[in-house]
Design a protein around this ligand. Structure first.
Ligand SMILES: C[S@@+](CC[C@H](N)C(=O)[O-])C[C@H]1O[C@@H](n2cnc3c(N)ncnc32)[C@H](O)[C@@H]1O
Length: 225
């Protein structure tokens, strides 16, 4: 609907201008912390199932659409298991979206990335990233427009083809990109995008972990460059 998009556009504009947030977020709720522990184990497990491990002194990794990066520790621990110095960037276009406790994703991400060396949360658009990476991780990209609207983004940011093309261009030779989609419909849309852009991919099918089960099946794709 037109009005929904106008509302999303105004809200998005205001939060990015004001960057309003309470400061120094610390999660204290034991239940949420336990759930987060499982989410990070889940993340580690999925990366372990899907990616090749190339031992090295250092590697640059990009996480796309990080939200509040509640799963950063799982990613960091996975790469730390075979890379001496992993350097992890997470990019999020809607970093100043507020939770009901009045902390922004940006402030919340500071908590979830605390003590993870060389980890950098970037409040910005994937399209403004120009570094190149050994690994790219992309959990739940918007490949259909409904979830993007539901998440409160203006419709002009729905450009799955352009974003995938750009993400692929950031991969170093020999690099790997993992994309995980939610549900069969999104997985089909993801495949169409790869095919349109002529990007070769390996289908990993439905990925599961014993640590955590999500309501909708998740489908993984790996792209090698
Ligand atoms: C469905 S959410 C997934 C969040 C997180 N990766 C997860 O697994 O829970 C998609 C995220 O991508 C972000 N996003 C969408 N377009 C983006 C862009 N162009 N650049 C950076 N982030 C983007 C959205 O704001 C949203 O936080």
């Amino acid at each position: 609907m037109v009005f929904e998009n106008i509302k999303n556009s105004i809200d998005f504009f205001i939060r990015n201008k004001t960057k309003f947030s309470r400061k120094n977020f610390v999660e204290k709720d034991e239940k949420i912390l336990f759930r987060n522990y499982l989410e990070n184990l889940y993340t580690y497990d999925i990366l372990e199932q899907c990616l090749d491990k190339h031992q090295s002194d250092s590697a640059k990794i990009l996480d796309i659409g990080s939200k509040n990066w509640f799963y950063a520790k799982g990613e960091y621990s996975f790469f730390k298991s075979f890379v001496q110095t992993p350097c992890l960037d997470g990019v999020e276009i809607d970093a100043f979206r507020l939770y009901s406790n009045l902390y922004s994703r940006y402030e919340s991400a500071k908590f979830y990335t605390k003590n993870l060396k060389n980890t950098n949360y970037i409040a910005g658009d994937l399209l403004s990233i120009s570094d190149t990476y050994d690994y790219i991780i992309w959990f739940l990209p918007f490949v259909t427009i409904e979830p993007l609207k539901y998440w409160g983004l203006p419709e002009k940011y729905f450009m799955p083809e352009k974003l995938l093309y750009h993400a692929f261009s950031l991969l170093k030779n020999g690099g790997q990109m993992l994309i995980v989609n939610q549900g069969e419909k999104e997985a089909s849309a993801q495949k169409l995008l790869f095919e349109k852009l002529n990007i070769k991919y390996t289908e990993k099918g439905i990925v599961k972990s014993d640590f955590l089960e999500y309501k909708n099946d998740r489908y993984a794709f790996v792209t090698d460059r």
